[in-house]
Design a protein around this ligand. Structure first.
Ligand code: FEO
Ligand code: CA
Ligand code: CA
Ligand code: CA
Length: 620
C-alpha cells in the first residue's frame, strides 16, 4: 500500500462526455454490465418488474429506486469483515465467489416511473410504490471466480428489503427521550422506516452505515416547532404527498408531532443478520447526513467522519467511548455493534493562514501558494454528556444543527462524503458546491471555502494531529478546486498542471483503491461544466498527485454513486442514480441500462425507460 501515484488500476482516461449522451462510457479495454436494476425481484414471491402494472406489493419485494451507497461485502467472514481488515473502498473484499451487495435507495423520480395519475386510487398506489422503492436492499451475489462478473441471486435467505415499514431500534442519548415519542411509539425506542438514504460506509466489523439525508422533504409540520426552520421543515404540502397516505408524515396531526425527529440519523444495518432490526444511532447527531465512514484509532476507539449536506453546514466526527475488539468471535462482533451507541460528538472549526484580503472570492491562490491552515474539533457531547450550554445530550442529538450553531463551527460548501484514507489516515471532504456563498446576506469567501458562487466545489484534505483520528486539532489544505480548467482560471489540482487533467465538477462520493489513490464520483456536472457525471481517479502521492483522470461516465442526467474500486481484480462498481430524470413516462430521455429500442412494447421484465442500476466494470 501507499505506492506512489502511477500504481493502481491501469486505464487510459476517457474524454469528457457531453451532457446529452445517453451512454455508460468506460475506458478502452473495459466492459460493463448491470448486476441489478430497479424492480428486479429479490424476495420470495416477488414478480418480475412490470412498469405497466407496477404495484406497491411487488415493489416491496423488488430492488428499490435510485441506488446511492453501494458495497460488495465478502461472505467469507473470517477474512473479509470481522478481523478489522475490511475498509470502505478497499480490498480484500471480493476474492470470493459469494458476496452480499448492499445498496441504498435514496429517493424516487415519479415523473419517469409513472404515467401521470388521473384518479385518486392510482395516485395513492403510486405514492405507496414510491414509498416501497425507498430504503435499502441486501442481495446475495455469486460468480464463477475472482475477476468474473457477478450475478444477483433471486432467492437467498440473505436477501432483504428495508422500507418505510421496517422497524428500527434506537441507541444513544435520544433513545427513549420525550423528543422521540409518538402516539404509536410511546417508548421512543422503535422507529418505522428510513428515508432518503444517501451515501454510507462499511464498518471494520462488516456492518453498513447509511445516512438519512433530506428527510425534511417528506414531512409537513407546523413550521414553527423548535428547529423547523433550521432543518427546512415547513407547513406546506410535500412534493411526494405521502402525508395524504399516512398521517405520520403530517406532523401537525395529534400524536405525530415528533415524527420528523425520528429521521435524519445514521443507521447501522448488519447484512449478515437478516432478522435483526437495524439501529438508528442518535449519538452521531441529527442533520442531513450524507453518510459516515469509520476508521480505527491507535487506541482501538473508532472514529466516524460525517458531513451535513447543506449550504453553509458543518463537518462532524464521532469518537466511540469503547475500543473495537478485533477478535472474530460472535461476542466480539456484538460488542463492536455497540460502539456507535456511546461516545463524543465534535464539529469542525477551520482557520486559514493567509490574510483575509487575499481570500477575495475569485479562487485565486493566496501568496503562500495554498488554501490551507489549522483547525479544531469543538465538543458537543463528550462520552455521552452535553458540552453545549442549555442543551441536554438528547437535545444536542436531536437538534444538532442548533447546538453546533452556538459553538462557532465553520460553515462549509455542502460537505458530502467524508472519508479517511485507509492507507494514510488523512481525511478527505467533498464540498460539492455552494451557489449561495457571497450572496447578499450570506457568508462570503473563507480560506476553506474560497470561491463565491461556488458552482464546481472542492475537496479538502485534513490531517489529524499526530495522525490520530481522536485528536482535537488538525491541519488542512484544499486538494482540489474543481471545474473545467480549459475555461475556468479558478481551478487547482494540488499543483498538477491543469492542462493535463480531466475536467471535474461537483465532487460527491469518495473511495480509495488499495494503492491509496482517491476516487471521486460526481453529481451535477451536466448543469455546471456541461458533461455527464462520472468517476475519477486522483493520485495523492508522488509526482502524479492531483492528476484527475476520468475512468467512466454515466448516462445523461444520472449521478454517479457508491464507487467501489477493486484494484487487484481491475473491477469497479458504481450505482447509477436518476438516469433521464428530466424526462416523462411518455417521453423518456434515457433507456439505460437495457437500451431497448425506442417504442418497444413494455412487457413484463422490460421497460423502455431508464432503470437505476448497480453496474460492474471489468477489464477483458
Ligand atoms: Fe444525496 Fe448529499 O447527496
Ligand atoms: Ca494559505
Ligand atoms: Ca451524495
Ligand atoms: Ca450530491
Amino acid at each position: 500500500p501507499g505506492r506512489p501515484g502511477a500504481a493502481g488500476l491501469a486505464f487510459g482516461p476517457i474524454a469528457p462526455v457531453p451532457a446529452s449522451v445517453d451512454a455508460f462510457s468506460v475506458p478502452s479495454g473495459y466492459q460493463w454490465r448491470p448486476i441489478i436494476r430497479w424492480g428486479d425481484p429479490i424476495l420470495k414471491g416477488a414478480p418480475e418488474f412490470d412498469a405497466a402494472r407496477h404495484t406497491a406489493e411487488a415493489q416491496a419485494g423488488q430492488f428499490g429506486y435510485n441506488n446511492d451507497y453501494l458495497d460488495i461485502i465478502s461472505m467469507n467472514r473470517s477474512r473479509g469483515v470481522t478481523g478489522g481488515v475490511h475498509h470502505e473502498g478497499t480490498a480484500p473484499r471480493t476474492r470470493d465467489s459469494k458476496a452480499l451487495l448492499v445498496a441504498n435507495h435514496e429517493y424516487t423520480n415519479e415523473n419517469i416511473m409513472f404515467l401521470p395519475a388521473t384518479d385518486p386510487a392510482t395516485l395513492a398506489e403510486q405514492r405507496r410504490i414510491a414509498m416501497a422503492a425507498h430504503g435499502m436492499s441486501v442481495v446475495e451475489v455469486r460468480r464463477k471466480g475472482a475477476g468474473k462478473p457477478w450475478e444477483y441471486q433471486r432467492r437467498s435467505p440473505h436477501n432483504r428489503r428495508i422500507t418505510m415499514s421496517t422497524p428500527f431500534a434506537v441507541s444513544g442519548p435520544a433513545a427513549g427521550s420525550d423528543l422521540l415519542r409518538t402516539a404509536a411509539d410511546p417508548s421512543g425506542r422503535t422507529i418505522l422506516g428510513t428515508i432518503n438514504n444517501c451515501a454510507g460506509g462499511t464498518t471494520p466489523w462488516g456492518t453498513v452505515l447509511s445516512g438519512e439525508e433530506n428527510f425534511n422533504g417528506y414531512f409537513r409540520t407546523s413550521g414553527t416547532g423548535r428547529g423547523d426552520a433550521r432543518y427546512g421543515l415547513r407547513d406546506a404540502e410535500t412534493g411526494r404527498g405521502w402525508e395524504h397516505e399516512d398521517p405520520r408524515f403530517d406532523a401537525r396531526t395529534p400524536g405525530n408531532e415528533n415524527e420528523p425527529n425520528r429521521h435524519g440519523w445514521i443507521v447501522e444495518l448488519d447484512p449478515f443478520e437478516p432478522d435483526e432490526a437495524p439501529v438508528k444511532h442518535t449519538a452521531l447527531g441529527r442533520f442531513k447526513h450524507e453518510g459516515a465512514n469509520v476508521i480505527v484509532a491507535p487506541s482501538g476507539r473508532v472514529v466516524a467522519y460525517m458531513g451535513d449536506d447543506e449550504r453553509f453546514d458543518y463537518l462532524y466526527k464521532f469518537v466511540s467511548t469503547e475500543a473495537m475488539r478485533s477478535g472474530t468471535r460472535k461476542a466480539d462482533r456484538a460488542h463492536n455493534k455497540t460502539l456507535l451507541s456511546q461516545g463524543s460528538l465534535y464539529v469542525a472549526r477551520f482557520r486559514g493562514d493567509s490574510p483575509a484580503e487575499e481570500i477575495d472570492g475569485s479562487g485565486r491562490l493566496p501568496s503562500d501558494g495554498s488554501f490551507d491552515g489549522t483547525g479544531e474539533w469543538i465538543p458537543l457531547i463528550v462520552d455521552g454528556v452535553s458540552h453545549v450550554p442549555g442543551f441536554s445530550a438528547a437535545e444536542v442529538a436531536v437538534y444538532t444543527r442548533l447546538a453546533a450553531d452556538t459553538v462557532g463551527a465553520t460553515k462549509m460548501d455542502r460537505p458530502e462524503d467524508v472519508e479517511p484514507s485507509p492507507t494514510t489516515g488523512r481525511v478527505y471532504v467533498a464540498c460539492t458546491n455552494n451557489s449561495d456563498r457571497g450572496k447578499v446576506g450570506k457568508e462570503g469567501a473563507t480560506e476553506p471555502n474560497p470561491r463565491v458562487a461556488n458552482r464546481d466545489g472542492h475537496v479538502v484534505e485534513l490531517v489529524e494531529a499526530g495522525d490520530d483520528p481522536t485528536a482535537m486539532s488538525f491541519t488542512w489544505s484544499l486538494l482540489l478546486v474543481c471545474g473545467d480548467p480549459s475555461v475556468n482560471g479558478s481551478t487547482y489540482f494540488a499543483g498538477f498542471p491543469a492542462d493535463k487533467v480531466s475536467p471535474i465538477s461537483c465532487p460527491d462520493n469518495l473511495a480509495f483503491d488499495e494503492s491509496g489513490n482517491l476516487w471521486i464520483a460526481t453529481d451535477g456536472q451536466p448543469g455546471t461544466i456541461g458533461y455527464c457525471d462520472g468517476l475519477f481517479k486522483v493520485p495523492l502521492e508522488g509526482p502524479e498527485r492531483g492528476r484527475v483522470q476520468q475512468f467512466l461516465a454515466v448516462p445523461r442526467e444520472a449521478e454517479t454513486c457508491g464507487p467501489v474500486v477493486d484494484e487487484a481484480e481491475s473491477m469497479v462498481y458504481v450505482a447509477v442514480q436518476h438516469p433521464g430524470e428530466d424526462g416523462s413516462f411518455a417521453d423518456q430521455r434515457s433507456r439505460f441500462p437495457d437500451y431497448l429500442p425506442a417504442g418497444a412494447p413494455t412487457r413484463a421484465g422490460e421497460f423502455a425507460g431508464p432503470r437505476p442500476a448497480v453496474v460492474q466494470v471489468w477489464r477483458g
